[in-house]
Design a protein around this ligand. Structure first.
Ligand SMILES: Nc1ncnc2c1ncn2[C@@H]1O[C@H](COP(=O)(O)OP(=O)(O)O)[C@@H](O)[C@H]1O
Ligand SMILES: [Mg+2]
Length: 205
């Protein structure tokens, strides 16, 4: 594989979508080919799985069944979208990946971080990011960036705090594979730090 795989992680409202767009634009301006994606990645099977996870038709889905479906969608996304793009030499920018499952299902839902990580590693045939960017913010502030109250009320704040701590713990374990930035800085400052690290990472990959 000759491309470079960048993942953005962080809670709701951290600015992932904002920074993904800015990074893609900056890299394209440098003549690089960028594949911007997010799960389930637009594959037919992935969309069908997404329907099962999100549709009110299946409310009350067992948490383990849900974790398996997320892993299944990730496997399909890795196989059909991410790996082919990397094989072409693209920079792949992905909105959330394996660490989101580890943080949300593994830590916050209590299914066990190691089990959830191993499941995703098996599903993706060990396809892991070259670089994971964690946009860190207090969930009270992150969720407050959205107006919709239902998002705030969907899960207790403690749940979102656990997710935040999980991302930071994963980053601390593998500092060479992570960049943690305060999501409270202004957009341009964050974008510049991300671009610098991505270009440096690509140069040594
Ligand atoms: N650095 C920033 N400072 C303040 N607000 C921001 C910043 N980055 C993004 N926002 C705003 O916060 C909201 C959430 O950003 P978004 O990129 O959608 O986050 P995410 O994709 O992580 O949920 C949007 O209204 C966006 O314009
Ligand atoms: Mg987003």
């Amino acid at each position: 594989m000759s491309g470079y795989f960048v993942v953005f992680e962080g809670g709701e409202g951290a600015g992932k979508s904002t920074q993904e767009a800015l990074l893609a634009e900056a890299l394209r301006d440098r003549g690089l080919t960028v594949t911007q994606t997010r799960e389930p990645g637009g594959t037919p099977a992935g969309e069908a799985i997404r329907h099962v996870v999100l549709s009110p038709e299946f409310t009350g889905l067992d948490v383990r069944a849900e974790a398996l479906l997320f892993a299944a969608a990730r496997g399909e996304h890795a196989d059909k979208v991410i790996r082919p793009a990397l094989d072409r030499g693209d920079v792949v920018i992905c909105d959330r990946y394996l660490d989101s499952s580890v943080a949300y299902q593994g830590f916050a839902r209590g299914l066990g971080p190691k089990r959830i990580r191993d499941l995703s590693l098996w599903a993706t045939q060990e396809l892991v990011p070259d670089l994971t960017i964690v946009l860190d913010i207090d969930p009270v502030e992150g969720l407050g960036r959205f107006q919709e109250r239902d998002r705030l009320e969907a899960e207790p704040m403690e749940y979102h705090q656990q997710v935040r701590a999980a991302f930071l713990a994963m980053a601390e374990e593998q500092p060479d594979r992570y960049l943690v930035l305060s999501a409270r800085d202004d957009r341009e400052t964050i974008a510049a730090a991300i671009l610098e690290r991505v270009l440096a990472g690509m140069a040594t990959a």
